[in-house]
Ligand binder design. Structure first.
Ligand SMILES: C[S@@+](CC[C@H](N)C(=O)[O-])C[C@H]1O[C@@H](n2cnc3c(N)ncnc32)[C@H](O)[C@@H]1O
Length: 225
């Protein structure tokens, strides 16, 4: 459930390699199954990742039998690697899965500690304004078939800047639901949190293809140094 995220892996890799040419050391927070990490490793980067999900890391290992990517189980908001990187990346709204401002600050402090001199931190998140003004939960029908319906609902607690997304599958049996909670931050707020941790905004685009970030942008790719 990714509000306002398009999975544009090619553009992501192109921009990351431009921002930090290989060979270089890359750390990905929430590495998942290696969608970004594996193409970077194939281009000569030394890639390291942290993820809280053993299932994701098992899938990553299956996709990476030669072990080109190194990954550890952990929480990137509380746990450092003790190493330095030329590029630190967190994509697909994963930064917002740190569900309090304090956790987001802790994550940004860990970025500062692990970023090498002249290193860059790249974060991709949605622009929360349309969600922040939701008066009622929004409902999207993802799939409407003869035997199954898939629904997404999004509700927001404005006081906490929390978004709760619920994905429901109705197929005649017991309904299956998965819930995802995110603490969204507005772009200027993110810049202030980053500044409080010694990071400065260098560039902001509306996506990985370097579209301008404007009042109409639904997401942003921000680079901090
Ligand atoms: C949306 S997926 C993105 C996966 C991958 N980066 C990609 O682009 O395809 C988010 C990943 O971040 C992990 N994650 C979320 N919060 C985390 C945290 N605080 N510490 C470590 N991993 C986390 C999840 O387990 C999941 O694998």
């Amino acid at each position: 459930m990714y509000p306002h995220i398009e999975i544009d892996t090619e553009a992501t890799i192109a921009l990351l390699t431009e921002l930090c040419p290989a060979p270089a050391r890359v750390l990905e927070f929430g590495i998942g199954t290696g969608r970004i990490a594996l193409p970077l490793a194939a281009r000569g980067y030394e890639v390291y990742g942290i993820d809280g999900s053993p299932a994701m890391l098992t899938k990553l290992k299956e996709k990476d039998p030669d072990g080109r990517v190194s990954a550890e189980i952990g929480d990137f908001t509380t746990q450092g690697t003790g190493r330095e990187f030329d590029l630190i990346v967190v994509v697909l709204n994963t930064f917002f899965s740190a569900v309090t401002k304090e956790r987001q600050l802790s994550c940004l402090k860990l970025v500062r500690e692990q970023l090498a001199p002249r290193g860059r931190f790249v974060v991709e998140v949605f622009e929360p304004t349309p969600f922040h003004s939701l008066e009622r939960p929004s409902l999207t029908v993802r799939h409407l078939g003869c035997n199954a319906i898939m629904l997404d609902t999004i509700s927001v607690d404005r006081s906490m800047q929390l978004m709760v997304g619920v994905h429901t599958i109705l197929d005649g049996g017991v309904p299956e639901t998965t819930q995802h909670v995110m603490r969204y931050a507005f772009p200027n707020e993110l810049d202030l949190l980053a500044e409080a941790c010694g990071l400065r905004l260098e560039q902001r685009w509306g996506d990985f293809s370097k579209q301008a970030f404007t009042a109409a942008s639904q997401r942003h790719v921000s680079v901090y140094v």
